[in-house]
Design a protein around this ligand. Structure first.
Ligand code: IPM
Ligand code: MG
Length: 369
């Protein structure tokens, strides 16, 4: 991507703490743009409960069109208790699925890295979680989330609900390739997670992943059943490098893995396909914390770093942001979710401010400013 070209990033703050954390991530993007003299244009649109109130749609046409036309999309969170009773196609969560589908982002990358300074924030023993550095590659536009037929039919005791789990070999191969490529840039190990002892979709999954592995002889592959994977993640997290799995298993395992990295507030994600990437913190809307300046913005800021790397072609800037986050944690900055013992909690804005100050001190391409 040419250096000087104007990059367009669509911001979708959404619901709950979404606006609080996206504001901090947006400030970081603006600082990066200013210092690197790269024009990054930020444009905000409505999504989720906010969009439901204003436009009666969780994902208005204009929002999806803007997202499609952008270089990247940074989303806060969707979901509000107020809308929980609405029918499925009006719920704020629909917006997320509509965006994933609409942008064709089939590959969801969720890096889980424990910063040593916050090992105590994990509910697991430090000697177990220390050194955790893994990447979950979750298939995002297939499986039970999107399979048809689906629905609820009938009356009384005969009322029946149904969802469809189906994957094509093509869908499996393209996500497997993403995992193997990612492993090449890391510790060269892929663990594919399935339920091949029971499910046909998993049998095909295992076959196709094994075939794809032949193209990557430098990467080691092993397979785990999902129940065992859930256990091994807690027993020996350091042994995992890249975890490759289907949509629902990835949803569940990534929340579990968040606990290895000091909590879900720390986790960023990138969802990639052919077009613009979709970036979001994994934590969700946390309505009880909304507007209280108390949420952890680091998941969103680290998502912005992934956006710089994967969609704007600025890996150096991404590393600077990640280094700045590492520095503030090292220096003891903690939002309420990370504070333990007598550690003092700071606000969302104060955390964002500290990251930006640290960013000023991180050298640009080897130069200390
Ligand atoms: C996630 C979330 C979403 C999912 C929900 C909000 C639809 O849990 O991104 O992990 O299940 O994919
Ligand atoms: Mg989830």
């Amino acid at each position: 991507m040419p250096e000087g070209r104007r990059r367009r990033v669509v911001l979708l703050p959404g619901d709950g703490i979404g606006p609080d954390v996206v504001a901090e991530a947006a400030h970081v993007l603006q600082d990066v743009a200013r210092r690197a003299a790269i024009p990054i244009e930020l444009e905000e649109h409505a999504v989720g409960g906010v969009a439901l109130e204003r436009f009666r749609e969780p994902l208005p046409e204009a929002t999806l069109a803007a997202a499609r036309a952008a270089d990247a999309v940074l989303l806060g969170a969707v979901g509000t208790p107020r809308h929980d009773a609405l029918p499925r196609d009006k719920r704020p969560e629909r917006a997320l699925l509509g965006l994933r589908r609409g942008l064709g982002v089939f590959a969801n990358l969720r890096p889980v890295r424990l910063h040593p300074a916050i090992a105590a924030a994990s509910p697991l023993r430090s000697d177990i979680v220390r050194g955790t550095d893994l990447l979950i590659v979750r298939e995002l536009t297939g499986g039970l989330y999107f399979g048809t037929p689906r629905g609820i039919e009938g009356e009384g005791a005969a009322r029946r609900a149904r969802n469809t789990l189906s994957y094509t070999a093509g869908e499996i191969e393209r996500i497997a390739r993403v995992a193997f490529e990612a492993a090449r840039a890391r510790r060269k190990r892929v663990t594919s997670v399935d339920k091949a002892n029971i499910l046909e979709t998993s049998q095909l999954w295992r076959d196709v992943v094994s075939e794809t592995a032949r193209v990557y002889p430098d990467v080691a592959l092993d397979h785990l059943y999902v129940d065992n994977a859930a256990m091994q993640l807690l027993a020996r997290p350091r042994d995992f490098d890249v975890i490759l799995t289907e949509n629902l298993f990835g949803d569940i395992l990534s929340d579990e893995a968040a606990m290895l990295a000091g909590g879900i507030g720390m986790l960023p994600s990138a969802s990639l396909g052919e077009g613009p990437g979709l970036y979001e913190p994994v934590h969700g809307s946390a309505p009880d914390l909304a507007g209280r300046d108390a949420a952890n913005p680091l998941g969103a800021i680290l998502s912005a770093a992934m956006l710089l790397r994967h969609s704007l072609g600025l890996p150096g800037e991404a590393e600077r942001v990640e280094a700045a986050v590492g520095q503030v944690l090292q220096e003891g900055a903690r939002t309420a979710d990370l504070a333990r013992g007598d550690e003092k909690a700071i606000t969302t804005r104060a955390m964002g401010q500290k990251v930006r100050e640290a960013l000023e001190r991180v050298p640009v391409e080897g130069r200390v400013r």
